[in-house]
Design a protein around this ligand. Structure first.
Ligand SMILES: Cc1ncc(COP(=O)(O)O)c(C=O)c1O
Length: 359
């Protein structure tokens, strides 16, 4: 879809053109079948191939194929995984540890507290979540430790992960597939799709099978990771359109050089963005420099009274979606995998023009 819009939305967010084209085509006429993708059975062999291929592609991109992990496309957003994680992994008399680095971590922690004892192992709430806590002491008696790798709202990101033998659960909603990591360090990864892995309507869960073997308590099927694995992510009707968009997005990702290539491009975009935030006299960034997110660059006007002028300028240039989260204010440029560097260059030029004319 060729447009003159530059989409910095935090999610649902920019998708590659070819993904949009193919998804649109499949809605009209799926694989030349004369039927729409969204009117055929999810048990149709063509769709079964798609979901299975997307599941194995996800493992391959994370370099987790043949390493005892399963990938699932489930529903309910990352918010449902907040609940499902605790339902499955928190034992009757056990305790789960949470590192609280933003509103999403805080939600994850609160939802888990319905299932048992939770400890907040570390928090950056004291400084409005503008940093990532370091040198965290992790109690040895935890059922699991939960972290949020990238804090979409506040623009911070874990660069190093806690070293621990305790099962590590990570909400990677806003930075999955954006950088190369040793993903075997994680026992369970989940991510809503609508940032780097497709569109809303599905959440990707990647889980080490061994982690689930120790679960003894009864869990309703729809909440039970083991049941979803056993049924190959088809326990109930999957969100076929969203799974298809994830399938196309993951194929695009692979054809574009995989996670390594994404990381290189993402670093270049983030460098451009943060250099301008630091250089420009009218703006400032408040996320701690060493913890800055490569996916969501947050920044603020030094003089709020200039907001209308800056917003008008952005609108005129087709810059969409840079307002900060309603709870955080300011601006946030979300520069996910599909965002071309040319859009970041344009935003930087607009910031420079703004400084020259309003500074
Ligand atoms: C890090 C993180 N976790 C969880 C969520 C919640 O995802 P959902 O709205 O799919 O439940 C978001 C949404 O933006 C997010 O950024």
């Amino acid at each position: 879809m060729e447009t003159n819009r530059h989409n910095f939305s935090s999610g649902p967010s920019i998708l590659p053109d070819e993904v949009l084209q193919k998804a649109a085509q499949a809605v009209l006429n799926f694989n030349d079948s004369g039927l729409s993708l969204i009117e055929i059975s999810h048990r149709d062999p063509a769709f079964v191939d798609i979901i299975n291929s997307a599941r194995s592609q996800a493992l391959e991109l994370l370099n987790l194929q043949d390493k005892g992990y399963s990938a699932l496309f489930l529903q309910g957003g990352a918010s449902l995984e907040f609940v499902r994680v605790a339902y499955n992994l928190l034992s009757k008399n056990g305790t789960a540890g949470y590192i609280n680095t933003g509103s999403w971590s805080n939600n994850a922690l609160n939802e888990a507290s319905y299932f048992g004892k939770i400890v907040e192992v570390a928090s950056s709430k004291d400084k409005k979540y503008n940093y990532i806590p370091k040198n965290i002491e992790i109690p040895s008696n935890l059922d699991y430790l939960h972290i949020t790798s990238n804090n979409t709202i506040y623009g911070t990101q874990f660069k190093e992960f806690p070293q621990t033998d305790i099962p590590l659960v990570c909400d990677m909603s806003s930075d999955i597939f954006s950088r190369v990591l040793d993903f075997t360090k994680f026992d369970l990864i989940y991510a809503c799709a609508q940032k780097n892995a497709g569109t809303s309507g599905v959440n990707l869960v990647v889980v080490k099978n061994e982690l689930l073997e120790r679960i003894k308590k009864p869990i309703p099927n729809i909440m039970n990771y083991r049941k979803h694995i056993e049924r190959e992510s088809m326990y109930n009707t999957p969100s076929v359109f969203s799974v298809y968009v994830s399938y196309l997005t993951l194929n695009w990702l692979k054809d574009s050089g995989g996670v390594e290539a994404m990381e290189r491009k993402n670093r270049a975009k983030a460098h451009l963005m943060y250099s301008e935030i630091d250089r420009n006299n009218l703006f400032f960034g408040n996320a701690s420099v060493e913890d800055r997110s490569v996916m969501n660059a947050t920044f603020f006007l030094k003089d709020e009274k200039l907001a209308t002028q800056f917003n008008t300028l952005c609108l005129k240039e087709g810059i969409y979606g840079i307002n900060g989260h309603r709870t955080a204010g300011g601006y946030r440029a979300s520069i996910y995998n599909a965002m071309p560097i040319t859009s970041v260059q344009l935003l930087v030029q607009v910031m420079q023009y703004f400084e020259a004319h309003f500074g």
